[in-house]
Design a protein around this ligand. Structure first.
Ligand SMILES: Nc1ncnc2c1ncn2[C@@H]1O[C@H](COP(=O)(O)OP(=O)(O)OP(=O)(O)O)[C@@H](O)[C@H]1O
Ligand SMILES: [Mg+2]
Length: 443
């Protein structure tokens, strides 16, 4: 028989009858699927942490408990993994109990190969769809910049090259990294994010590469590093600018050799993890300052992706806000009033999408009823509208002035008060910008 490709979907079989396990394994193999067989609940739980499965076929009665327990365990720990229960022919009660517990389907014993094939096809499709609908994030926004970013992400997902993601804080760098992982061949492997800035310098090496017992005080047992944890998947090194130069040399080697040497170990061990990195800092400037080595910079920066700040894509704000509100609303549907939306679109968002998220979270907590109004947003004063004039507060001129003012202030702040650049950002000539600033009494 030909060997299956390494990334062939893997199925976990949990049954204490070796003959049945073998029959299932042969059938699966014929469908191009790999499988592992275990005979107990304990072994099954272990297998689930050791490997990544697309489907689990589980017997109801196992030597150390009921298959229903395993379904419950999987529901809790890996809700996207479909489980099919193997039940004795005609045992409807067991089949129903299994489905109630969350099984995707059931298989009758003796196993009918044709039926099993259909079930497997379905389950594999389901696990794909479920994964896409559930944990895999998408990039919200129809601005040209976001559309271009999505195309770029799809392209990068098909390659194995290291990608460096740059962008201000809160723009969505991690989200982009997760998406590159989720759309790629490693999607079924782990995505392991590491905030390099949050790990003390002296622990970074052992965190990333692991260590052997006794290699330093406190190393009481062998420990695997995050590179190994990410094997078959993606390691996301966030705040890469915080990695000290000595460690950069070691990372460089790990990337180059596709191997790491745990602290205290004699030998390197091969690791297969794709590395993505990010920082909100200007990496090229860090190179100039000597904080980042040139050779390291070139190695991690094979492809660079920039996530633009939110104020440069104000047209994405309504869709983003709707998405964020839908994610945070505990059942009830919240929406923004038109005035609130206008205020948001005029705000500069120094903290980008994360700040939008925070503003909406606070507003959702404060607002009464299903609508969030401008006042609920509590936008920082510098970038907010002037108080509305007139008694009624819905004077159109004042409102339009407010929008204009907020947009101009945001553009000026974004360009560090460079009027020519601000005008270009707003699609105005410098003269037009000057005129409007004069009219609004803005200096
Ligand atoms: N295009 C987008 N669509 C939907 N949600 C987004 C988008 N961009 C960012 N977010 C959300 O905004 C928040 C911040 O994003 P993320 O953590 O990816 O930013 P970051 O650039 O890594 O931030 P930091 O620099 O603070 O680490 C997250 O909750 C993320 O889900
Ligand atoms: Mg981040």
């Amino acid at each position: 028989m030909n060997a299956l490709p390494e990334d062939a979907p893997r199925v976990l079989i949990v049954d204490d009858e070796p003959d049945l396990c073998e029959l299932l394994a042969i059938t699966l193999r014929g469908m191009g699927l790999q499988s592992d067989s275990t005979g107990t609940l304990v072994a099954a739980r272990q297998a689930l942490t050791d490997a990544s499965y697309r489907l689990c076929l589980c017997d109801l009665r196992l030597p150390d408990g009921s298959g229903l327990e395993l379904i419950e365990h999987i529901q809790r720990t890996q809700p996207h993994l479909p489980v099919a229960m193997i039940t004795a022919h005609g045992d409807v009660g067991a089949a129903v109990a299994a489905m109630k517990a969350g099984a995707f389907d059931f298989v009758n014993k003796p196993v009918n190969v044709q039926g099993l094939r259909g079930l497997i096809d379905q389950a594999l499709r389901l696990s794909r769809v479920r994964a896409e609908a559930g944990t895999v994030p998408s990039l919200i926004g129809e601005s040209p910049a976001m559309q271009a970013l999505r195309v770029m992400v799809a392209k990068l997902a098909r390659s194995q090259a290291p990608v460096f993601i740059r962008g201000e804080s809160g723009v969505g760098k991690e989200r982009v990294a997760r998406l590159i992982h989720a759309q790629g061949a490693r999607a079924s492997g782990p995505f392991v994010p590491v905030n390099c800035g949050a790990i003390p310098e002296h622990l970074l090496e052992s965190e990333l590469f692991g260590h052997v017992k006794g290699s330093f005080t406190g190393a009481s047992a062998d420990r695997e590093g995050l590179f190994q944890t990410a094997a078959g998947g993606t390691l996301f090194l966030d705040e890469i600018g915080a990695v000290p130069p000595a460690m950069q040399v070691k990372l460089l080697r790990a990337l180059q050799e596709r191997a790491v040497r745990p602290v205290g170990a004699r030998q390197e061990i091969p690791v297969d993890a794709r590395v993505l990195s990010a920082t909100h800092e200007d990496l090229a400037a860090l190179v100039r300052d000597g904080r980042v080595r040139q050779d390291f910079y070139y190695r991690i920066n094979v492809i660079e992706v920039t996530v633009p700040p939110l104020r440069d894509r104000a047209q994405d704000i309504p869709a983003l806000a709707a998405d964020l509100l839908a994610r945070m609303a505990g059942g009830e549907r919240l929406e923004l009033t038109p005035a609130a939306l206008t205020a948001l679109q005029g705000y500069a968002f120094p903290g980008n999408v994360r700040e939008l998220e925070n503003i909406l979270e606070r507003a959702a907590a404060l607002c009464e009823g299903p609508q969030i109004d401008r006042a609920d947003l509590h936008l920082p004063a510098a970038c907010e509208y002037p108080p509305q004039g007139g008694a009624g507060g819905d004077d159109l001129d004042a409102e339009l002035d407010g929008v204009e003012r907020a947009r101009i202030v945001a553009a000026l702040e974004a360009t560090r008060y460079n009027r020519t650049a601000a005008a270009a950002r707003l699609g105005l000539t410098l003269r037009q910008l000057r005129y409007r600033m004069l009219k609004l009494d803005l200096n």
